[in-house]
Design a protein around this ligand. Structure first.
Ligand SMILES: [Zn+2]
Length: 143
């Protein structure tokens, strides 16, 4: 099921505004969140246009969380955050996705909930690609 007005379904201009493509996971697609105040922040978008985890089967949910766990492990290894936070909101986008957000002791918003978009730190396309390459290698996935 796809929605032509959804950033995650169309994977076009709408998504380019905030996400950089990393690669296909078993349950969906992984993006670097372009706003990188929390270095290593990514989004795992589920493969179908469903709103919440209650809309998928137990097996599908397990695949999604298995991938989220794999990604979090890779982020711990690559970026050495003090903690990883997880957020699933999407009040308006209605496409199941998870923000996987490394937090650093003494860093931005440590000991607090993360802002959806702090709009403070963006990288160059080259830097996004470098991070994407490292993630692809660690996760053994391709674009
Ligand atoms: Zn969608």
């Amino acid at each position: 099921m796809k929605d032509n007005n959804c950033a995650y379904c169309t994977q076009g201009d709408l998504l380019d505004k905030f996400g950089y493509p990393v690669g296909k996971m078993d349950s969906g697609y992984l993006y670097i969140f372009k706003e990188q105040t929390k270095m290593g922040r990514v989004i795992l978008a589920y493969e179908d246009h469903v709103s919440e985890i209650v809309d998928i089967s137990d097996e599908e949910r397990n695949r999604f969380f298995f991938d989220a766990n794999k990604i979090a492990k890779a982020i711990h290894k690559i970026f050495s955050p003090s903690k990883v936070n997880y957020g699933m909101y999407g009040d308006t986008s209605c496409h199941l996705h998870m923000h996987i957000v490394p937090k650093y002791k003494g860093g931005d918003e440590w000991d607090s909930t993360f802002t959806m978009n702090p709009d403070k730190k963006y990288l160059s396309e080259n830097d996004y690609e470098e991070i994407a390459k490292i993630l692809r290698r660690e996760l053994n996935i391709s674009k």
